[in-house]
Every structure is written in C-alpha cells, then in structure tokens.
Design a protein around this ligand. Structure first.
Ligand SMILES: [Zn+2]
Length: 127
C-alpha cells in the first residue's frame, strides 16, 4: 500500500530590502540591499516628515486664523485640540520667568493663560 504524503507548504521567510523590497541574500542585520537604497529610504522618510510638519503648521495657522477672525480671543485649550490644533508644532516660541508662554504658527499664535488660551496675531511687518 502506497502511503499518502500530505503536501506541505513551506514558506521560508526571506529578508527583503526595506526600500526596494528585493529579496536579500545577506542574513545579517542589514535592512537595505545597498547604500543607495538606504539613502533613498531615509530621504523619502525625511520628506514625509517635513511634508507632515508643514501640513500641521498650516492647519494650526488656519485654526488660529479662524478663531481670530471670529473674535474668539480667549478660548479653552481643549477646544483648540478638538479643532485639531497640535501644540507641539509651531514656528516661534517665547517664554520667560515673568512672561507667559506664547507659541506661534506663522503670524497667528496663542498665549497660554490659566485657564484657557488667548489667540494672538503678530504684525509681520513689525517683526
Ligand atoms: Zn534595495
């Protein structure tokens, strides 16, 4: 009697280059198939980071500009966050021992008060 052998699918996990996804021969710690691929990958990642930062800055500026135009001069920090404002992304920061903290996204900014924040607009011709 002939013994039936169950077919087995063996998927060997092969390491691939993080940039071009080509299979790599090397079993070491290398993540890229070449220095060129490493450079391209890092440049792409940096470009994405810069693009996202610019998008966030412009979005922050739009939020502040709207609130400023709607005469919302003092609002809560939470309402800004709810609108999508990112307090970690700004173009100018100022703080001092006897001064309040101010952060700006281009010409619009906020002065951090307790409680709430005051929406500010810089006269860019004077700075
Ligand atoms: Zn590659």
């Amino acid at each position: 009697m002939k013994e039936e052998i169950e077919p087995q699918i063996v998927v060997e996990s092969q390491k691939v280059c993080k940039n071009c996804l080509k299979p790599m021969e090397e079993k070491g710690k290398a993540k890229f198939c070449s220095k060129g691929c490493k450079g391209l990958y890092n440049r792409k990642t940096n470009d994405e980071y810069i693009d996202n930062t610019i998008k966030t800055l412009l979005s922050n500026r739009d939020i502040l500009k709207n609130d400023f135009k709607n005469k919302k001069k003092v609002i809560t920090k939470e309402s800004l966050i709810k609108d999508g404002f990112d307090f970690n992304c700004y173009t100018k920061y100022s703080s001092g021992l006897f001064a309040t903290t101010k952060i700006y996204c281009f010409e619009y900014g906020v002065e951090l008060l307790e409680p709430g924040v005051k929406i500010l607009k810089l006269d860019i011709n004077k700075t």
